[in-house]
Design a protein around this ligand. Structure first.
Ligand SMILES: Cc1cc2nc3c(=O)[nH]c(=O)nc-3n(C[C@H](O)[C@H](O)[C@H](O)COP(=O)(O)OP(=O)(O)OC[C@H]3O[C@@H](n4cnc5c(N)ncnc54)[C@H](O)[C@@H]3O)c2cc1C
Length: 461
């Protein structure tokens, strides 16, 4: 949908709003319309950066009254490009950065302009933490509303399992406090249901004791035995250990032996929280699977699980999110075969063993319906320019089809713009119906539609 930017009363907005309003004529506009993924070249009519909740409400009201499409952005990592639009309004939350940590209660109120890395660094000063994902620059807004699968998933569950409350500006411009007691259905829906229900301005999280961890990258040969062995070791490991098995071409990093560069290998990301000696014991079987090509696993402060990132890094990628039941040697052979057959500059199969605390939450307790899923998988390839994209997309789809097993789910956080069927995989059956009913109550006009959209259930539906 595209509307003419003239419909936005820019001078009035600038006069009323504490914050920044950027239009295509302003310096900084191109920077401000840059999101994590490359390949999205959309031109919003205005990018608005309020500094408080009342500014957020003003932008929401403006979008509603003007009919312009509203995109909401926290960290800008949406694989679907939902944090941009053409001709509409982008509500950029990056100036909402307050973080109020209560170390005694082990809770924190965090505004949604913070990134996972910023939050983690600040709470680590109290030897406390909340689990997010594998990348520090991801916004706490998007990952929390998606569910949040990271390095504490087996020990402390998804990010939403540590979410105690939220504040949300809804379509009518009201600021609501939601938790298990107040607006419980809305609180259910925002835990996995994405940006469909309003703009989250603050989250209240539970903090867990997280101090030194034993973690880092372990590079191993990409044989079917090693890949299947890693999955089996994760499944047998104590819940303190979570991580990711990346089967990929060796990056040209100085600590990877030069003769391996460009060859297929496994980069396992391992993070053990808790007693360091127990951590070393838990990691020993992983190191014993084969002679490591490089072993960067070491005791480290928890925030170091997020390595530094380059701001100018904007990959163009296609991917497919799915869940799997098993990765035995036969499945691992398929993974190796597909990755060997592609010539994409970057191609990867990413496998995360789930279970533990995440699986102990009932499937209908939140809008994340995949509590019983055993392995989260993501296959992806980088593409170079629009002409390269269809071929890479076809490869990704074929690869995913070759891996498909009984679990037909998908993780909404890794979903691109892939159509209704895929969205129903993220929100299956009764989850979809319940989300649509909550949507009807809180956003009947579907103001919040630039997202993985669940339209309001019809009145008689
Ligand atoms: C490099 C990379 C690594 C990732 N790793 C992980 C991982 O390890 N684990 C995991 O679970 N996920 C991971 N993800 C997925 C990620 O959690 C989702 O893409 C998430 O939506 C990104 O959040 P964001 O705030 O950065 O993105 P944005 O693009 O800013 O937001 C994405 C969408 O979420 C909604 N939204 C965001 N903030 C708000 C808000 N405050 N109020 C209302 N709606 C909002 C909007 O609809 C928006 O379009 C990763 C993504 C990338 C690109």
């Amino acid at each position: 949908m595209s509307s003419h930017p003239a419909a936005i009363p820019i001078p009035t907005l600038r006069a009323e709003l504490d914050g920044q309003v950027l239009t295509p004529d302003d310096a900084g506009y191109d920077q401000a319309r840059t999101i994590f993924y490359g390949g999205f070249d959309q031109r919003p009519g205005a990018i608005v950066r309020p500094t408080d909740e009342s500014g957020v409400a003003r932008v929401v009201t403006l979008a509603r009254d003007s009919g312009l499409e509203l995109a909401v952005r926290s960290g800008g990592h949406s694989p679907a490009g939902h944090s941009l639009n053409d001709g509409g309004i982008v509500l950029d939350l990056s100036r909402l950065r307050a973080l109020d940590i209560d170390p005694d209660q082990r809770t924190a109120w965090a505004q949604t302009g913070l990134t996972a890395g910023e939050y983690t660094t600040a709470t680590a000063a109290h030897a406390l933490g909340t689990g997010f994902g594998d990348t520090g620059s991801v916004g706490i807004g998007g990952i929390t509303l998606s569910g949040g699968v990271g390095y504490l998933v087996r020990k402390h569950g998804l990010t939403i399992d540590s979410l105690l409350a939220a504040e949300l500006v809804t379509a009518d411009g009201e600021l609501l406090r939601v938790d298990e007691q107040t607006h419980p259905e809305l609180f259910w829906a925002i835990r996995g249901g994405g940006g469909n229900f309003g703009v989250a301005t603050r989250f209240r999280y539970r903090l867990h004791p997280v101090d030194q961890v034993v973690g880092g990258m372990l590079f191993l040969p990409a044989t079917p035995e090693v890949i299947a062995g890693l999955i089996a070791e994760f499944q047998a490991a104590p819940e303190e250990l979570s991580g990711i098995v990346n089967v990929m071409m060796a990056p040209p990093m100085p600590f990877v032996p030069a003769e391996q560069h460009g060859k297929l290998l496994v980069m396992a990301m391992l993070v053990h929280v808790g007693d360091p000696e127990a951590g070393q014991r838990a990691l020993a079987p992983f190191r014993a699977l084969a002679t490591p090509l490089a072993d960067m696993v070491r005791p480290m402060p928890y925030p170091e699980i997020y390595p530094p990132e380059e701001e100018a890094y904007h990959p163009t990628a296609v991917g497919h999110t799915m869940f799997m039941d098993t990765v035995d040697e036969q499945v691992a052979r398929t993974i190796v075969r597909y990755l060997q057959a592609s010539d994409a500059a970057v191609r990867v199969a990413q496998l995360r063993v789930l279970g533990g605390a995440m699986a102990r939450v009932p499937a209908d307790a939140t809008a994340f319906a995949h509590r019983g899923s055993r392995i989260m998988a993501n296959v992806a390839a980088f593409y170079e320019g629009p002409a390269d994209r269809p071929g890479r997309q076809a490869w990704v789809e074929e690869f995913a089809a070759a891996l498909r097993q009984g679990d037909g789910g998908a993780y909404v956080g890794f979903l691109a713009d892939e159509g209704q069927e895929r969205l129903h995989q993220a929100y299956p059956g009764s989850t979809w119906e319940r989300l649509a009913a909550v949507k009807r109550r809180y956003d009947p006009g579907n103001l919040f539609r630039r997202n993985h959209n669940v339209p309001p259930a019809p009145e008689d539906g």
